[in-house]
Each structure stands twice: as structure tokens, then as C-alpha cells.
Design a protein around this ligand. Sequence first.
Ligand code: F6P
Length: 324
Amino acid sequence: IKKMAVLTSGGDSPGMNAAIRSVVRTCAYYKIECYGVYRGYQGLIEGDFKEMNARSVKGIINKGGTILKSARSTEFRTPEGRKKAYDNLRAMGIDALVVIGGDGTFTGAIVLNKEFGFPVMGIPGTIDNDIFGTTHTLGYDTALNTVVDAIDKIRDTASSHNRLFFVEVMGRDVGHIALNAGVGAGAEEILIPEEDLGLDRLLESLERSRLSGKSSSIVVVAEGDKTGKNVFELKEYVEENLPDYDVRVSVLGHMQRGGSPSCFDRVLASRMGVTAVESILEGKTNYMVGLLNDKIELTPLENAVKGKSKIDIELLRVSDIMTT
Ligand code: F6P
């Protein structure tokens, strides 16, 4: 192995830059040439490569987003697009590709490997934490802190005005952000995609809170929650059924994806990048590096995509007890 390339793809997440830095510097340490690919798989197709050395990644460990930029490439979904990408990798003499992203990114890498036998390695970067084979994806910890901070601020208004807020957080398929940030911010209820707590239960719980003398309520709602109603519909539903409540909605949106990565994400990214490069050098490819029991472990990329990342159901129980 003489040359490696690294790209970021899919939704950006805090810690991606720290991972790029780690891959580039580990390559430099082992005297491997390293190329950054811009705009994910689209840049691979267009041959948008730049040679990087240890100094190219200075001052980025603390930066959100990704200096390599990201894209969701539709052309890479076609066999012709993938052939162009492969041809570019070959023309550059690249021996292995490190991809940083979520399940869509990994699926792309798996197909590239299946079709052309090209060696790939995945680093999980997404705020959703919806990847099997790691307890933490890069950006998840930072996003949790961002969300908790935002809810703390919303709580100030909620309690000053005796209001109920529905706060929508990201998480299309999994409730990691909603559940953990909800517990961390002391939310009265948490609605997630994995469990349908039912609208009756929501009303009961809100009524109980009101009668127990609570001056404010926060309901954290994951984007993909199971009630079948979005935050605005939930607001209307509560206003119709519990007219005593003064209800507001706050959709946190993409601010959850930005910002300087937490120390946890920076350290995790540094560890993952080192293992990604070292594993390739040891001949281990088509894996994802993940964090399991505080150790960096490899999981076959296929399993990382096929497996389900499960929420901690016990945490739901803890949340129930905390809102007594
Ligand atoms: O996968 C990360 C994520 O932020 C999801 O939580 C969210 O549903 C989605 O990306 C938003 O995607 P986009 O940036 O394309 O709007």
C-alpha cells in the first residue's frame, strides 16, 4: 500500500474534520501518500482529488463541517458513475479508500468493493448514531450537547410563560438524540421512532404534570416519531384536548449538525482514523472502525449497514421515573 484516499459523504457531522486530520496524519506517519477527495463520491467521479500532507490538516480538529465538503451523489448510484470513480482511483494509483459518513456512504463503499474489488474502510460519521457496530458515531456526542443546550434555553421561556414546548430534533429512523438529550434536559415526554407511547398517554402525562404544579413542559420529538403526527399537528392536538396549555413549537433543524466538536468526538475521531489506516496497512479492509466497550473494534462494513443500532430501552424507564 503506497497511496490512500479519504472522503466525507452524506450529512456532515462535527468530528469529520478531526477524522480527516487523523487519517492524513497517520498516513504521513507511515509515509503513505494521502489524497483528499472533495464532495464525496461526486468528487470521486469527477476526479476532484488533492494531495494532502500533515500540514494540510492544521487547525481543523476544532472545526465543524468537513473541509473536504460533502454531497449525496446520484451519479454514483449508476454503474457508469461508479466505473468513472473506479477509473479515477486507478489512474491516481490509489490502493485503498477511507470513507467517512453514515449508512448511505458505507453502502457506496460496499458496492465499489463488490464491483471492482477496491479495498475500502469506513469511519462512522453522522449525528444520528444509527450505525451498528459502534456505540458512538462521530458527531453524535456534540449534537447531544448542542440539543441539550438549546432545550435549556427554550426551558427559560417555557417556565417564564408557563408554556408547553414541542421540540423537534433530528433522527429519522432512530431516537438516540431525542432520548438521550431528552433525559439530559429533563424533558417531560420523549417521542421516538422505536416506541409508540400513544397520544392518550401523552395527554395523560401532560395533565398529570399540570396538576402536580409544573410550570413548564418540554416534549422532545424525534423527526421520525411513531405518533404519526408532526410537531405542528401535535401542538394542535394538545390545544384541542388540553385547552389550559399554552403551546409552542421549536424545530431545531440543521443547527444540530454544526459547531465545534466535543472533546469526546475529537478523541474518538483521532482514534478511529489511526485504526482505519493501520488496519488497511495490515491488510484488513472492507470494515468499519467503531467504538465498542471503549475499544476501537472492526465490524464488516456489510454488518454495519445491515445491523440495527438499538436505543437503550432502560433509558425510557429512567425518563419516566425522572418525570414523576
Ligand atoms: O443523517 C443526518 C441527518 O441530519 C438526519 O438526522 C436528517 O433527517 C437528515 O440528515 C437531514 O438531511 P438534509 O441535510 O439532506 O436535510
